[in-house]
Design a protein around this ligand. Structure first.
Ligand code: NAD
Length: 257
C-alpha cells in the first residue's frame, strides 16, 4: 500500500467531508467516520469518484471503547494512520448560569477528550515510522471568546493547548501537530445555530447571519470547507514539516481585530 492514509473524525458531514474530499483528490486513502446514517454511501461514493481506498466507521467518540475499535478496524482495512484529523465537534449555546453540566461534559468529551484518545491510538505507530501529522480542527473560538459558548470556547482553547504539547512531544519523531481555527462555515452545525438564534431573538435568519455571525469577521462571507481541506492537505505534506505547534486562523480576519 503506497498511498498515505488519513483518518478524519466527523467526515460524513460539513467541514470533515470537505477535508476528506481534498485528501481524496490528492490520492490519499481515507478512513471516514461520523454518525450520519448515509456514512457508508458517502465513503463509497468519494472512493469511487477519486479512485481511492476508503473505510467507514460510525463509532461514538464519547465512548472510549468505540474509539479503540474504530482504530483497530481502520488499521485492518487501510493499514496504519499517517495523518489524523480531529474534526468531530458539537456546539451548545446557553448563558453560564443555565448551562447544563451534562452538556458541558458532552462538549468537552467530544471536542477535547476524544482528540486526546484518538491521538493516543495513532501515536505509537507514528513514532515508530518517524513520521506523522496531527491536524486538530479548533475554531476562531479557540483564540477568542463569544458569550454563551462557555463549553465550546473552553474545549477549543484546550484543543490548541493539546496541539502545542503534541508538537513538542512529536518534534524528535517527525510528527507535527497543528490546529486550524476557522471562522463561520455553513454546515449543519451552523445552520442549526442560525435557526435557533433567529427563534430566540425573534429576528430573521438573514439578520442572524449578517449581524450576529459574520459581524465578527472582517470579510463578511462564510469560510469554505474546501479552503480548510486544502490547508490540511498542505500541512500533511513534507513541505510543511517545519510547521508545528501552530493555531492557524482561517477566519476572514476575525481574530485580527
Ligand atoms: P457538522 O455538524 O457538520 O459535523 C460534525 C461531525 O461530528 C458529524 O459527522 C457528526 O456525525 C460528528 N459527531 C457528532 N457527535 C459525535 C459523536 N458523539 N461521536 C462521533 N462523531 C460525532 O459540523 P461542522 O460544522 O462540519 O464542524 C466540524 C468541526 O469544525 C467541529 O469541531 C466544529 O467545532 C469545527 N468548526 C466549525 C465551524 C463552523 O462554522 N461550522 C467553525 C469553526 C470550527
Amino acid at each position: 500500500m503506497s498511498a498515505k492514509t488519513v483518518l478524519i473524525t466527523g467526515s460524513t458531514s460539513g467541514i470533515g467531508l470537505a477535508i476528506a474530499r481534498e485528501f481524496a483528490k490528492t490520492g490519499y486513502s481515507i478512513a471516514f467516520h461520523g454518525l450520519e446514517k448515509e456514512g457508508p454511501e458517502i465513503a463509497a461514493s468519494v472512493g469511487k469518484e477519486f479512485n481511492v481506498l476508503t473505510f467507514y466507521s460510525s463509532a461514538n467518540l464519547l465512548n472510549p471503547s468505540e474509539i479503540v475499535t474504530l482504530f483497530k478496524e481502520s488499521r485492518f482495512k487501510l493499514g496504519n494512520i499517517d495523518i489524523l484529523v480531529n474534526n468531530a465537534g458539537i456546539q451548545y449555546v446557553s448563558a453560564i448560569d443555565e448551562f447544563p453540566l451534562e452538556k458541558w461534559n458532552m462538549l468537552i468529551g467530544l471536542n477535547l477528550t476524544a482528540a486526546f484518545c484518538t491521538t493516543k491510538e495513532v501515536w505509537p505507530d507514528m513514532k515508530r515510522k518517524n513520521w506523522g501529522r496531527i491536524i486538530n480542527i479548533s475554531s476562531a473560538h479557540g483564540l477568542v471568546a463569544s458569550e454563551f459558548k462557555s463549553a465550546y470556547v473552553a474545549s477549543k482553547h484546550g484543543l490548541i493547548g493539546l496541539t502545542k504539547v503534541l508538537a513538542l512531544e512529536g518534534a524528535s519523531y517527525g510528527i507535527t501537530a497543528n490546529a486550524l481555527c476557522p471562522g463561520y462555515v455553513k454546515t449543519p452545525l451552523v445552520e442549526k445555530q442560525i435557526t435557533e438564534q433567529a427563534k430566540a431573538h425573534a429576528i430573521s435568519e438573514e439578520t442572524v447571519v449578517q449581524k450576529v455571525m459574520l459581524e465578527k469577521q472582517a470579510i463578511k462571507e462564510f469560510v469554505s470547507g474546501d479552503s480548510i481541506g486544502a490547508l490540511a492537505v498542505f500541512l500533511a505534506s513534507d513541505q510543511a514539516s517545519m510547521i508545528t505547534g501552530t493555531a492557524i486562523p482561517i477566519d476572514g480576519g476575525w481574530v485580527a481585530q
